[in-house]
Design a protein around this ligand. Structure first.
Ligand SMILES: [Zn+2]
Length: 107
Protein backbone atom coordinates (compact mmCIF):
# COMPACT_ATOMS: atom_id res chain seq x y z
CA UNK A 1 0.00 0.00 0.00
CA UNK A 2 1.47 3.38 -0.88
CA UNK A 3 1.43 6.47 1.33
CA UNK A 4 -1.33 8.22 -0.58
CA UNK A 5 -3.70 5.26 -0.39
CA UNK A 6 -3.03 4.86 3.27
CA UNK A 7 -3.86 8.52 3.93
CA UNK A 8 -7.07 8.13 1.98
CA UNK A 9 -8.02 5.07 3.98
CA UNK A 10 -7.38 6.85 7.28
CA UNK A 11 -9.37 9.86 6.14
CA UNK A 12 -12.27 7.67 4.99
CA UNK A 13 -12.22 5.76 8.26
CA UNK A 14 -12.41 8.96 10.31
CA UNK A 15 -15.21 10.25 8.10
CA UNK A 16 -17.11 7.01 8.69
CA UNK A 17 -16.65 7.35 12.45
CA UNK A 18 -17.87 10.95 12.32
CA UNK A 19 -20.98 9.71 10.56
CA UNK A 20 -21.67 7.44 13.50
CA UNK A 21 -20.16 4.27 12.10
CA UNK A 22 -18.68 1.72 14.47
CA UNK A 23 -15.48 -0.20 13.97
CA UNK A 24 -16.12 -3.93 14.08
CA UNK A 25 -13.94 -6.72 15.36
CA UNK A 26 -13.98 -8.18 11.87
CA UNK A 27 -11.34 -7.66 9.26
CA UNK A 28 -11.78 -7.21 5.54
CA UNK A 29 -11.38 -10.49 3.63
CA UNK A 30 -9.35 -8.65 0.99
CA UNK A 31 -7.00 -6.39 2.90
CA UNK A 32 -7.55 -7.43 6.57
CA UNK A 33 -8.21 -3.88 7.69
CA UNK A 34 -11.07 -3.37 10.14
CA UNK A 35 -14.63 -3.24 8.84
CA UNK A 36 -16.90 -0.35 9.75
CA UNK A 37 -20.62 -0.66 10.21
CA UNK A 38 -22.67 2.37 9.22
CA UNK A 39 -25.82 3.46 11.02
CA UNK A 40 -27.99 1.80 8.37
CA UNK A 41 -26.21 -1.52 8.87
CA UNK A 42 -24.08 -1.27 5.74
CA UNK A 43 -20.60 -2.65 6.30
CA UNK A 44 -17.71 -0.95 4.61
CA UNK A 45 -13.97 -1.42 4.37
CA UNK A 46 -12.40 2.05 4.49
CA UNK A 47 -9.26 0.79 2.86
CA UNK A 48 -10.87 -0.89 -0.15
CA UNK A 49 -13.57 1.79 -0.07
CA UNK A 50 -16.23 -0.77 -0.82
CA UNK A 51 -19.14 -2.49 0.79
CA UNK A 52 -18.42 -5.80 2.46
CA UNK A 53 -20.98 -8.58 2.51
CA UNK A 54 -21.26 -11.45 4.88
CA UNK A 55 -23.31 -14.30 3.53
CA UNK A 56 -24.98 -15.05 6.84
CA UNK A 57 -26.28 -11.47 7.01
CA UNK A 58 -27.86 -11.57 3.59
CA UNK A 59 -31.41 -12.54 2.83
CA UNK A 60 -32.06 -15.19 0.19
CA UNK A 61 -32.77 -12.54 -2.45
CA UNK A 62 -29.75 -10.43 -1.62
CA UNK A 63 -27.56 -13.50 -1.74
CA UNK A 64 -28.86 -14.35 -5.20
CA UNK A 65 -28.33 -10.79 -6.41
CA UNK A 66 -24.89 -10.68 -4.92
CA UNK A 67 -23.82 -13.88 -6.58
CA UNK A 68 -25.28 -12.89 -9.90
CA UNK A 69 -23.55 -9.55 -9.73
CA UNK A 70 -20.37 -11.26 -8.76
CA UNK A 71 -20.16 -13.80 -11.54
CA UNK A 72 -21.45 -13.44 -15.09
CA UNK A 73 -20.64 -17.12 -15.61
CA UNK A 74 -23.01 -18.10 -12.81
CA UNK A 75 -25.64 -16.01 -14.52
CA UNK A 76 -25.02 -17.78 -17.84
CA UNK A 77 -25.28 -21.18 -16.17
CA UNK A 78 -28.63 -20.25 -14.68
CA UNK A 79 -29.81 -19.10 -18.09
CA UNK A 80 -28.63 -22.31 -19.77
CA UNK A 81 -30.28 -24.40 -17.05
CA UNK A 82 -33.59 -22.73 -17.90
CA UNK A 83 -33.06 -23.49 -21.58
CA UNK A 84 -32.17 -27.07 -20.73
CA UNK A 85 -35.43 -27.53 -18.84
CA UNK A 86 -37.44 -26.54 -21.88
CA UNK A 87 -35.33 -28.29 -24.49
CA UNK A 88 -36.75 -31.42 -26.16
CA UNK A 89 -34.06 -32.15 -28.77
CA UNK A 90 -31.62 -34.73 -27.31
CA UNK A 91 -28.64 -33.35 -29.23
CA UNK A 92 -29.28 -29.86 -27.99
CA UNK A 93 -29.78 -31.17 -24.46
CA UNK A 94 -26.35 -32.79 -24.56
CA UNK A 95 -24.80 -29.64 -25.97
CA UNK A 96 -26.39 -27.51 -23.25
CA UNK A 97 -25.36 -29.97 -20.55
CA UNK A 98 -21.78 -30.00 -21.79
CA UNK A 99 -21.65 -26.22 -21.91
CA UNK A 100 -23.00 -25.99 -18.37
CA UNK A 101 -20.44 -28.52 -17.17
CA UNK A 102 -17.60 -26.57 -18.78
CA UNK A 103 -18.78 -23.29 -17.33
CA UNK A 104 -18.99 -24.83 -13.88
CA UNK A 105 -15.38 -25.94 -14.20
CA UNK A 106 -14.37 -22.33 -14.79
CA UNK A 107 -16.15 -21.14 -11.64
ZN1 LIG B 1 -10.50 -4.06 2.57
Amino acid sequence: MNEKNHEDAVRRASELLLQGATMLQISCPQCSNPIYRLRDGTMICANCNQQVFFERDLSEDQRKQFHQGESPIQKKIEHLMQQLEQEEDPEKIIKLAETIKKLKEIL
